[in-house]
Ligand binder design. Sequence first.
Ligand code: 3HC
Length: 295
Amino acid sequence: MDATDVETVAVLGAGNMGHGIAEVAALAGYRVRLRDINEEFVRDGYDQIEWSLGKLAEKDQITEADADAALERVTPLVDVEAAVGGADLVVEAVPEKMDIKKDVYAEVEEHAPADAVFASNTSSLSITELSEVTDRPERFCGMHFFNPPVRMQLVEVISGAHTADGTLELVEDVAERMGKTPVRVRKDSPGFIVNRVLVPLMNEAAWIVHGGDATVAEVDSTTKFDVGLPMGSFELADQVGIDVGYHVLEYMHEVLGAAYEPCPLLAEKVENDELGKKTGEGFYDYADGGVDVPS
Ligand code: 3HC
C-alpha cells in the first residue's frame, strides 16, 4: 500500500489533538472516522470541528461548501471495530500515558485491516515500545501534529526501531496531502525534537514563577516581546493542555533524568483539573470566552 491507496483515516481520541487531526484529514478529502470512548467525548470533538470549520469559512480561508463537505466526511463513533475496520491509516491521539496507549493498540490490532498503517500522535513516548504491542511494528510510526493542528504547519514523522521506510514515506505523503510540512525524526528519543526543546521551556517558566522570581504575566510578556515567541510559555501551556506538557515532562524525567523534573506548579494545576483552555481555566481564566490575565 502507498499513500495513493489511503482513503479512510481513523482518528482515535476526539480531544484537542484528535479532533484537530480529524478536521485536517477531512479537509484534505479523506473519509474520517473520529472515535472516542463515549458519546459525550465524540460529540464534543465533532462540535469543535464544526466550530473550527465555521471559523475558517468566516475568515474566507475555505468556502462554506468546503466546510460542509469536510464535516460530511467525518463520522463520529464509539465502537472501535466500526472505527478501524476498513481503515487504511489509523492515527492515535489518546491521552499521553504509555499504558493507555498500549491498551488501545492491543484492541485496535484485533479489528484493523492487516495492511493498515498505525501512526501515533504521541508527544514524547517511545514509538518502538508502542509498536511492539502490535503485530505490525514495520507499519507503525509517529505522526506528531502541533496544536492547533489546523493552524500549525509542522508534522514530525518519527521512525521507531522497526519502522519500514515505506511506512515513513506513506505517512509523509499523507501529511503533505493534508497541506502540512513533514519533517522526519530518525531517532526515537523522548520528546523527539520539538517537545524536547519546547516542554523544558514551559517547565523553566513554571520554575521561575514557583520560585517567586517573576509572575506569569511578567514571564509571558517578556518572552513574547523579546524572544519573539508567538505565545508566552504559560499561554502555550494553556493552549496545548497543562496535563499534556506535564505527562511529557514526567516521561522525560523518567527516561532522561533529573534536569526534566516537572515543576510542582504544573502538578498542582493538573491535580486541580485546571488544564488550560480545554477546562476553561489554567494559568489564565477563559470563563465567559474572555481571558483574565493573572498579575
Ligand atoms: N480553528 C479555527 N480557528 C481557530 C482555531 C482553530 N482550531 N484556534 C483558534 N482559532 C481562531 C481564534 O478563535 C481567533 O479567531 P478570532 O480572530 O475570530 O477571535 C483566531 O484564530 C486567532 O488567530 P490569529 O491568526 O488572529 O491569531 P494568532 O496570529 O495569534 O495565531 C496561533 C494563533 C497560530 C495559534 C499562534 O498564536 C501560534 O502560532 N501560537 C503558537 C502555537 C504553538 O506553538 N503550537 C505548538 C505547541 S507544542 C505542541 O502542540 C506539541 C504537543 O505535543 C505538546
